[in-house]
Design a protein around this ligand. Structure first.
Ligand code: FB9
Length: 691
C-alpha cells in the first residue's frame, strides 16, 4: 500500500525531470527522513523511480554562530557594553559573553581603546559601528566562500554533508501505483481472486535482519577451539573455578620448596583475607612435609625445615597445575588408579613485570595424561598430535627446568611469518616426589604441558599489544567485527588432504600443460566485480611465462562499462603454444568469479582462483611467488589472510569492506619481508575498490 506522501512524490515527479529529496521535504513540509522512507517504499515497487544518493555540503551556524546572529558579534557586544565615559575592563569581562575574544577583536577593529590615563578602563574610539559578522550570518547565501571560511575558523559556521536522494522517473514510471500483494492469503484464493492481483516481486538479495546479539571475545573463541581440540583427543576438563588457592596445593604438593623465589611476594599475589587455609588431608600433608624435609621414595628431598604456616598461606594461583595436583590426588582417593587425560583453560595470576605481551594475569592452557609407563616419547608424540591441530608440524624441544617436572622441555615451533623459532609452551613429566605422596602406583607416570591462551589469540587476530586484547582499552568494535575462529581447519591431516587433492589437480594440469599449453582455463567474471587480481598476477608471471588472454561477453551482459573494455588488454593475443591461455568471459555471476578447469573441476571466488594460479606457477618456478613450497605453517598463515580477505569481500558496503581490508595491512607485506599471493590479492582489491 503506497502512502499518501509516496503518491504526492510521484505526482510532483510527473511534472519535472528530477527533484532532490531535501527540496521535496521543504515543499511538502515533511521531515526529510519521512520522505526518504516514502522513496524506499516506491523503490520496492519495481522501476517506478530512479533514486541516486547525493552528498551535498552545506554551511550551518554553530551554537556560537546562533549567539552572534541573535545578540551580535562578540566585538559589537563589547562595544555596546562600554558606557559613554568608558568602562572598567573587569566589568566588561564579567558582564559580556565571549568578552575576551570580543575585546581583542574590538581593539583590532579600532572600535575601542585602552584609556591612556587608566589602563584598567576601556573606552569607545568611534561613534558608531557596523556589525558585519551579524549581517553576514543573517544572509549566508550572499557571503563569499573565503569569508565563510573565516567564520568557520571563528567557529561561527561549520560545513555539514547532507545525504539526500536525487529522484527521476524510472522505466515504469506512473503516478498511479497499483497495490501489490505481499502474500497469497486465503481470501485471495477464494474464487481465484489472486489471478486479478499484482504481487510484489521477491527480493532474493534482501539480507536477513542482523541479529542484535552479543559477540564472543576473541579469547573465548580461541578457548572454545582449544577446548574442542582437547575434547576430540579424549581429554576431560578439570574444575578450575577457584582463583584463590593455598600455597600447599599451588606449590608444596608440586614439590616446589618453600624457599623457591617464585613463592615470594614479588612473584606471587598473596591473599590478605582469608589469609590462611586450615583444611588439608592430614595423612597426605604429612607425606608432603616429609618428602620436602627429609626426602623419600628414593629422593633426598630438599633437607629444610618445612613449615605448615607457609603451606597455609592463601594466594591467587600462579598456574592451573595446582588444579592438576588436586585432581591427581583425588584420583587415588576415589579408589584404584585408572588412566586419565585431563585439561584446563583458565586464569592464573603472577606478580610479573608488565609489557606489551605480558600482564599480571593470563589464561593457562594445560594438558595432563596419567597412565602406566609413560615415557618422554609419549609426551613428545602427544605434543605433536596436539599442536598439529593448530597447523603446527615443525616442533623443536629444549631441555628446561620446572620444580615439579623432570625432565622438562620448552616447546618451540618455526613461525614463518616472523621467520624464526618461537616458544609455544612448556612441558615435562611430573616428579615421583610429587606423585608418590599422592599414593599413585610407582609404574604410573604423568606427562603434562602448558601454554597461554593470549599468545595464540594475538597471533590469530593480528594483535601486537596484549592491551588490545584484554583490559579497559579494548576496542569493543574489534570484539564485534573480528571473524570467527577455527583452528581445526589447520589440522595438517585435513590441510594435507586438501593440498594433496589440489596438488594432484595442479600436477595433472601441469603435466597436461607440459605436453600442450594449458588450454582449459576459463574464467567467468561479473563486470560488477572485476577480477583485478588476475591482471596483477599475469603482469608478475609474464616475466617467466608466455601468456595469452581472449576476452568475451556473455549475452547476460548488455553493455560492458567503459573502464573494463581494456581489461587484460596487455595479454590479448591469439598466439598458440603459450604457457597460459586464458579464456575470460564477462557474465553476470555475482561477487565470486568462477574458474573452470574443464573436464576436471571449478574454483569459485577471487582468493581461490589466486591460490590455484599461485600453485600452478609455483610448480614451475618455486621462488617466483612462494606459497606451499615454504612449509605448512607458511601456507597456513597465507590461507588465514586469504580467508579474511574473502570474508571482507563478502561484507556488504564497500566502506566497511575497505576498512576491514586496510586493517589487514600492518607492515610492508602480510608475511613479513616477503610478498605473497595474499598481498597481491589485497593490493589489487584495495587499489580498485573505488572503481
Ligand atoms: O604460550 C606460549 N607461547 C605461545 C603459544 C602458542 C602460540 O600460538 C601458536 C602459533 C599458533 C604462540 C606462542 N608460551 C607460554 C611461551 C611464551 O609466550 C612465554 O613467553 C609466555 N609463557 C607464559 C608464562 O610466562 C610466565 C606462555 C605461558 C606459559 C608458560 C608455561 C606453561 C604455561 C603457560 C606451563 C606449563 C607446564 C609445564 C609442565 C607441566 C605442566 C604445565
Amino acid at each position: 500500500m503506497t502512502s499518501e506522501l509516496s503518491e504526492k512524490i510521484l505526482e510532483y515527479l510527473s511534472k519535472c525531470d528530477e527533484i532532490d529529496s531535501l527540496d521535496l521535504a521543504k515543499i511538502f513540509q515533511e521531515d526529510h527522513q519521512k520522505v526518504i522512507g516514502a522513496i524506499k517504499s516506491l523503490q520496492a515497487i519495481g522501476n517506478l523511480i530512479n533514486a541516486n544518493q547525493v552528498n551535498t555540503k552545506r554551511w550551518e551556524l554553530t551554537e556560537e554562530g546562533q549567539h552572534v546572529l541573535k545578540f551580535g558579534s562578540h566585538e559589537a557586544a563589547v562595544y555596546n557594553a562600554i558606557s559613554e565615559n568608558g568602562s572598567p575592563q573587569a566589568e566588561i569581562m564579567k558582564t559580556v559573553t565571549y568578552a575576551k575574544v570580543g575585546l581583542s577583536k574590538a581593539l583590532a577593529a579600532g572600535w575601542v581603546e585602552i584609556d591612556k590615563n587608566d589602563k584598567s578602563v576601556v573606552k569607545r574610539k568611534v561613534a558608531s559601528i557596523i556589525d558585519t559578522p551579524q549581517v553576514h550570518l543573517m544572509n549566508l547565501s550572499e557571503v563569499p566562500e573565503n569569508i565563510k571560511k573565516e567564520y568557520k575558523k571563528r567557529k561561527f559556521l561549520q560545513e555539514v554533508v547532507i545525504k539526500s536522494v536525487l529522484l527521476s522517473k524510472g522505466e515504469s514510471f506512473s503516478t498511479k501505483v497499483e497495490k501489490q500483494e505481499a502474500d497469497v492469503t486465503a481470501d485471495l484464493l477464494v474464487n481465484d481472486a489472486w489471478k486479478e492481483k499484482k504481487f510484489k516481486p521477491y527480493n532474493f538479495d534482501a539480507l536477513g535482519s542482523a541479529l542484535d546479539v552479543g559477540h564472543l571475545h576473541p579469547l573465548l573463541k580461541v578457548r572454545a577451539e582449544f577446548r574442542k581440540i582437547f575434547l576430540e583427543m579424549g581429554f576431560t576438563e578439570m574444575p578450575t573455578n577457584n582463583y584463590v588457592e593455598s600455597s600447599f596445593w599451588n606449590f608444596d604438593a608440586l614439590f616446589q620448596p618453600q624457599q623457591h623465589p617464585a613463592r615470594d611476594a614479588h612473584d606471587t599475589f598473596f591473599v590478605a583475607e582469608p589469609k590462611l587455609s586450615t583444611c588439608f588431608p592430614e595423612n597426605y600433608l604429612k607425606k608432603v612435609k616429609e618428602v620436602h624435609s627429609v626426602g623419600g621414595y628414593g629422593s633426598q628431598g630438599y633437607r629444610y625445615d618445612w613449615k605448615f604456616e607457609e603451606a597455609q598461606k592463601n594466594l591467587l594461583r600462579t598456574h592451573t597445575t595446582a588444579v592438576s595436583a588436586r585432581m591427581l590426588y583425588k584420583l587415588m582417593q576415589d579408589g584404584e588408579f585408572k588412566p586419565v587425560k585431563y585439561f584446563s583453560i583458565d586464569r592464573v595470576f603472577r606478580n610479573e613485570t608488565l609489557d606489551a605481551t605480558h600482564l599480571a594475569e593470563f589464561h593457562q592452557i594445560e594438558g595432563v595424561v596419567a597412565d602406566f609407563d609413560l615415557s618422554l616419547g609419549d609426551l613428545i608424540g602427544t605434543l605433536y598430535e596436539f599442536f598439529s591441530k593448530l597447523g603446527i608440524t615443525q616442533l623443536e624441544f629444549k631441555p628446561a627446568y620446572n620444580p615439579y617436572t623432570e625432565p622438562s622441555m620448552e616447546i618451540f615451533c618455526f613461525h614463518n611469518g616472523l621467520g624464526k623459532w618461537i616458544e609455544i609452551g612448556n612441558s615435562g613429566i611430573f616428579r615421583p616426589e610429587m606423585l608418590l605422596p599422592m599414593g599413585l602406583p610407582e609404574n604410573v607416570n604423568v606427562i603434562a604441558w602448558g601454554l597461554s591462551l593470549e599468545r595464540p589469540t594475538m597471533i590469530k587476530y593480528g594483535l601486537n599489544n596484549i592491551r588490545d586484547l584484554v583490559g579497559p582499552k579494548v576496542d569493543l568494535q574489534m570484539v564485534h567485527d573480528n571473524p570467527l575462529c577455527r583452528l581445526d581447519k589447520n589440522d595438517p591431516r585435513s590441510v594435507q588432504e586438501k593440498r594433496r587433492k589440489s596438488d594432484e589437480l595442479s600436477k595433472s594440469i601441469v603435466n597436461q600443460r607440459q605436453e600442450t599449453c594449458v588450454q582449459d582455463i576459463v574464467i567467468f567474471c561479473d563486470p560488477k566485480y572485476p577480477l583485478y587480481t588476475l591482471e596483477t598476477l599475469l603482469s608478475i608471471f609474464k616475466r617467466d611465462f608466455s601468456i595469452s588472454v581472449s576476452v568475451h561477453s556473455h549475452s547476460s551482459v548488455q553493455k560492458l562499462p567503459d573502464h573494463l573494455v581494456e581489461f587484460c588488454s596487455e595479454f590479448r593475443t591469439s598466439r598458440k603454444n603459450v604457457d597460459f591461455e586464458i579464456t575470460f568471459i564477462w557474465k553476470i555471476v555475482g561477487v565470486d568469479p568462477q574458474m573452470q578447469i574443464s573436464a576436471i573441476r571449478e574454483f569459485s571466488g577471487e582468493t581461490n582462483i589466486a591460490r590455484f594460479l599461485n600453485r600452478l606457477v609455483e610448480e614451475r618456478k618455486p621462488n617466483l611467488l612462494r606459497y606451499e613450497s615454504n612449509g605448512a605453517l607458511y601456507a597456513y598463515q597465507i590461507d588465514a589472510f586469504l580467508d579474511r580477505i574473502n570474508e571482507s569481500l563478502h561484507c556488504l558496503d564497500s566502506k566497511n569492506k575497505l576498512k576491514n581490508l586496510r586493517a589487514l595491512i600492518k607492515g610492508q607485506y602480510l608475511m613479513g619481508d616477503e610478498i605473497s599471493i595474499a598481498d597481491i590479492v589485497l593490493q589489487s582489491i584495495c587499489r580498485n575498490l573505488g572503481k
